[in-house]
Design a protein around this ligand. Structure first.
Ligand code: NAP
Length: 474
């Protein structure tokens, strides 16, 4: 743990394992309630001077952290592959995406402007200033263990907030490595604190109830996000919530089915389907059903599972046994209710996969609303295909979910694409685009997928208060 500029190790520890092999790869301290308090104290003491620094100083430090991160890109990516399991190429992409937030917010730090506002009274002047919200409590998940950290820390630091970060218990080593990057960049003691915990509940309670924490920035499941949001509301805390998703992907009659199958096979199996924006309900118009399923299945059959360090493997392990069991139970439920299995549908245990948590990349067709996989977030390598006939109905079916994070549309007709973009109730919509994300673009969901946006200009507002000055002239 990293508290007030010091490394804290003398605690009981919990183990970190490689999900591809089951091997123990490290151990980290399990924080005590005194550690949580010490980290909040350090952040709130450091805030006094950190918020007085100039935007140019903060920008310079973020820029330095960006340089260090890129110089360690390979090392960070290898650690991520060992700890989280994704293929090395995907880890390299994630380190780059994570670093992008440091650069973007290093630049944005200098563009936090107030306003002058005309008054109806000639002897009155209004001005606004943007000020940091204060100490931030940040909680991050394991599926993107580095970029989810920088997506929160970079804007918070850019505006002059200090923070305490609690990373997921499955991926604390990536968080430790990021604390080293910030330490080397020269951030003052107490500005960034990292605590690791086997039991997240006391940390969440402290972040929500301690009056010194002014904002909770959470990425994780909708269930935990709702709980934390309720706890934070009791103390009138600002929150950002980046929660679960259940993205629809619609292949319209005017789309190219082979192109759509190619794109969706890539984005669906990214990170082994363990992504909040993963397409989880693929609606294909019946005119394309056969061609789409043939192309999708052919592509999925070519995906190879295994260690992320072996070139050519694109399917990594699931994060833990419970995750694997959940995926399998969704698949078995769908099959029992009449879905057709095109490929996959079982755990992989042959050869080197034996010690790991691998599930065969799976294609299911004939998925219907009675099946759990239709309405529950799927966090695994399963592509559920729903065949539809009516274009208006499909938009209603896509919106018929409590989630509102990402959606995908395949169409070669401009009117169809615009109408779908306007009708879909989701925060991020890829139109013939499987990667609608960037540090410069707002990321976030509607409905139960969250509150607020990360990245882009919107991402910095989440860490700012607006202060109005009304000046009566004599
Ligand atoms: P999770 O179980 O909600 O955990 C997320 C984080 O919250 C972890 O650090 C976890 O700690 C912590 N946590 C759990 N219970 C807590 C509590 N009572 N108080 C305080 N903290 C608590 O989610 P996950 O399984 O790690 O991540 C997958 C979920 O994240 C999916 O639903 C996915 O869609 C979502 N996600 C959303 C986005 C987005 O940008 N919208 C991005 C990535 C992931 P422990 O690890 O110690 O349990």
């Amino acid at each position: 743990m990293y508290i007030d500029g010091q490394w804290v190790t003398e605690r009981s520890h919990f183990l970190v394992t490689n999900p591809a092999s089951g091997d123990v790869i490290g151990e980290v301290p399990d924080c005590t309630s005194e550690d949580i308090d010490a980290a909040i104290t350090a952040a709130s003491e450091a805030l006094k001077s950190w918020k007085q620094t100039t935007a140019y100083e903060r920008s310079g430090l973020l820029y330095r952290a960006w340089e260090i991160m890129l110089s360690r890109k390979q090392e960070l990516a290898e650690l991520m592959t060992r700890e989280q399991g994704k293929p090395l190429k995907a880890s390299l992409n994630e380190v780059q995406y994570g670093a992008d937030f440091l650069l973007w917010f290093a630049e944005e730090a200098k563009r936090i402007n107030g306003q002058t506002i005309p008054s109806s009274r000639d002897n009155q002047r209004f001005i606004t200033q943007k000020v940091p919200v204060g100490v931030v409590g940040a909680i991050t998940p394991w599926n993107y263990p580095i970029s989810m950290i920088t997506r929160k820390l970079a804007p918070a630091l850019a505006v002059g907030c200090t923070l305490v970060l609690k990373p997921a218990e499955q991926t604390p080593l990536c968080a430790k490595a990021m604390a080293e990057v910030f330490e080397e960049a020269g951030f003052p003691a107490g500005v960034i604190n990292v605590i690791t915990s086997r039991d997240p509940a006391p940390v969440g309670e402290a972040f929500c109830s301690d009056p010194r924490i002014r904002k909770l920035a959470f990425t994780g499941s909708t269930a935990v996000g709702k709980k934390l949001n309720a706890q934070a509301a009791a103390h009138m805390k600002r929150v950002s919530m980046e929660l679960g998703g259940h993205a629809p992907a619609i292949v319209f009659p005017d789309a190219d089915p082979a192109h759509a199958a190619k794109g969706l096979s890539l984005v669906k199996f990214l990170n082994t389907g363990q992504a909040c924006i993963s397409p989880n309900r693929i609606f294909v118009h019946r005119v394309h059903a056969e061609a789409f399923l043939a192309e999708l299945t052919a592509r999925v059959c070519r995906l190879k599972a295994g260690s992320g360090f072996e070139a050519g493997n694109s399917i990594g392990p699931l994060i833990n046994e419970a995750a694997l069991q959940k995926v399998d139970s969704q698949v078995q439920d769908a099959l029992a209710k009449g879905a057709t299995l095109y490929t996959g549908g079982h755990r992989l245990t042959d050869g080197e996969l034996r010690g790991g948590l691998f599930y065969a990349p799976t294609v299911l067709a004939g998925v219907t609303p009675e099946m759990r996989i239709y309405y529950e977030e799927t966090f695994g390598p399963v592509a559920p295909v729903v065949i539809y006939g009516d274009e208006d109905d499909v938009l209603a079916m896509a919106n018929d979910t409590e989630y509102g994070l990402a959606a995908y549309v395949y169409s070669n007709n401009l009117s169809t694409a615009v109408k779908a973009f306007e009708a879909l109730e989701f925060g991020i919509i890829g139109i013939n685009d499987i990667n609608p994300t960037s540090a410069a673009a707002p990321f976030g969901g509607m409905k139960s997928s969250g509150l607020g946006r990360e990245g882009a200009q919107e991402g910095i507002e989440e860490y700012l208060e607006t202060k109005l000055g009304g000046f009566a002239l004599g």
